[in-house]
Design a protein around this ligand. Structure first.
Ligand code: ZN
Length: 510
């Protein structure tokens, strides 16, 4: 390999405002301010890593000190003595300080003491303090002192990835600019241009993968491109990038999610083993599964908010997601999302990621197949609901009422909401034998008995005898039964343990 090889991020570092990637708003505001002579004494640039904070700081330093014009210029020439020295990080009046290694107050005082002296070659003395949030409190105080009464020839440019850690007293004296995550299409365009300059082959699909993996950071994307070029000898295609990112193909992810949602544990486990053996990074796979869940939710027929131009799946994969979506409720998607979110820190902390991932898959299948709570309650206590495809409404022709819950279900299915609500809330059924129901009524609707008996008689075509007893036998109402059953159900206990501080606030039938 050529020992003089310069990494792409450095080689293609933006040298003027026009070539800053994806920061249009910042460029417009900053250049307008310079053109109109409104130069602030302190700037702070914030944004995720690799979005161009340091590049912008250097360009601004050049704009302030460029010799091509009589004063600060929005279009520094790039070739004068000052511009070149600044670009190389060697200008005597432009100090680049890495706060991470100058956290102490003595360091900071020393640096700031020199601020009193006039610049040697430039118009302004420029202090670029990178990762400024790393400064100690006393160092911040020293900086604040200078910021409060800055000498006319001094400009501070602070940069940070963590703006919340910068004291408000400092922030209030700075003009703030937020560097945004660079959008995928802008990154793609940039990478394609660089590939052309470098005379390397970069397929569109490979470029797309790189741009997405970069997650808004030009620098991260370029170092991935560096790596891909080195590994492929300049023929960067989708497979090579996928292999490099240890990423499962989106098709594999769609397959896998389909397996999980179909409830076949054995097949799902076999698939995890296969994907893992093929070398996929399981954290990345989880990220891909979350991406799938997000898009499946947006594409769900109930919402239908998927903007087709942004969906990262091929037409064929989209068709399959639409097919899966016909059988999956929004509720299920949202539940599996929550389980995945909870798994992110677990995976990060796990000593054995494969184990952690296997358990996640089981949990996901469990949550995906979890029937509505009311259905679980109807089953024998403690029995885990078997994974069965939902059969469309099997109607039982003969009406059987053996328990209070049977009657409640009947009322609910018939949409007798008033009766259902009163019955489940107020009625303590003490006995049902044949067509005779004995109960205690906690409420005060004197018409209830008449209404229920008339409804029952019509519904079942037999005469019911409703016997209201005067004294409570301390039986539970249907609602109380459901609450007790739900709370003691192992699946609910499991679900509640997933979400810290969760409580059952209501039970609804989907
Ligand atoms: Zn210049």
């Amino acid at each position: 390999m050529d020992t003089n090889y310069t990494v792409l991020a450095r080689k293609y570092r933006s040298q003027d405002f026009q070539s800053l990637i994806g920061q249009d708003v910042l460029v417009k505001t900053l250049t307008t301010a310079i053109k109109t002579g409104r130069i602030a004494h302190a700037y702070i640039f914030t944004g995720i890593r690799g979005t161009g904070k340091t590049s912008t700081a250097r360009i601004l330093a050049k704009a302030l000190n460029c010799l091509s014009s009589d004063g600060p210029t929005a279009t520094p020439c790039g070739v004068c003595e000052n511009c070149r020295a600044i670009a190389a990080g060697q200008h005597i009046d432009v100090l680049e300080i890495d706060a991470a290694s100058h956290t102490g107050v003595d360091n900071m005082r020393e640096i700031l003491d020199a601020a009193q002296y006039r610049p040697t070659n430039g118009r302004y003395k420029v202090y670029i303090i990178d990762e400024v949030h790393m400064l100690s409190t006393s160092a911040f105080n020293a900086l604040l002192k200078t910021l409060e009464e800055p000498p006319a020839h001094v400009i501070f440019i602070l940069a940070t990835t963590e703006i919340r850690k910068v004291p408000v007293t400092i922030l209030s004296r700075c003009q703030r600019f937020d560097l945004v995550r660079v959008p995928v299409d802008v990154l793609k365009k940039h990478f394609a241009w660089i590939a052309e300059q470098e005379k390397v082959e970069l397929t569109d699909a490979a470029n797309e993968l790189l741009a997405r993996a970069a997650d808004g950071s030009v620098r991260d994307g370029l170092s991935l491109l560096d790596q891909a070029i080195a590994q492929t000898g300049g023929h960067v295609d989708e497979n090579a990038v996928m292999d490099m990112l240890k990423r499962a193909d989106r098709g594999v992810v769609v397959d896998f999610m389909q397996t999980i949602l179909s409830g076949n544990v054995a097949t799902a486990m076999a698939k995890v083993d296969e994907i893992y053996t093929n070398g996929a990074d399981l954290t990345m796979l989880l990220t891909d599964m979350m991406e799938w869940t997000h898009w499946a939710t947006r594409m769900h027929p109930v919402l239908h908010t998927g903007d087709s131009s942004n969906i990262p799946y091929t037409a064929d994969q989209r068709a399959r997601i639409n097919e899966i979506n016909k059988h999956v409720s929004l509720n299920t998607l949202s539940r599996i999302w929550q389980v995945m979110v909870a798994a992110v820190p677990e995976m990060a902390a796990a000593t054995n990621q494969k184990q952690c991932f296997d358990m996640l898959v089981v949990r996901l299948m469990h949550v995906a197949d979890m029937p509505p709570l009311t259905e679980m309650v109807k089953q024998d206590k403690g029995a885990v609901a078997p994974v069965t495809p939902k059969v469309a409404d099997v109607k039982n022709e003969t009406v059987q009422i053996k328990t209070a819950a049977d009657l409640a279900d009947l009322l609910k299915d018939a949409r007798e909401i008033m009766l259902y609500s009163y019955f489940t809330k107020n009625i303590e059924v003490s006995d049902i034998t044949g067509n005779r129901i004995s109960y205690f009524d906690r409420g005060n609707d004197s018409d209830f008995q008449k209404k229920l008996s008339s409804w029952l008689n019509t519904k079942t075509n037999t005469n019911w005898e409703l016997n209201k007893i005067e004294e409570s036998h301390q039986n539970q109402t249907v609602r109380e039964q459901i609450e007790t059953d739900v709370e003691s159900d192992p699946m609910v206990a499991d679900a509640m343990s997933l979400f810290e501080g969760a409580e059952i606030v209501g039970i609804s039938k989907q």
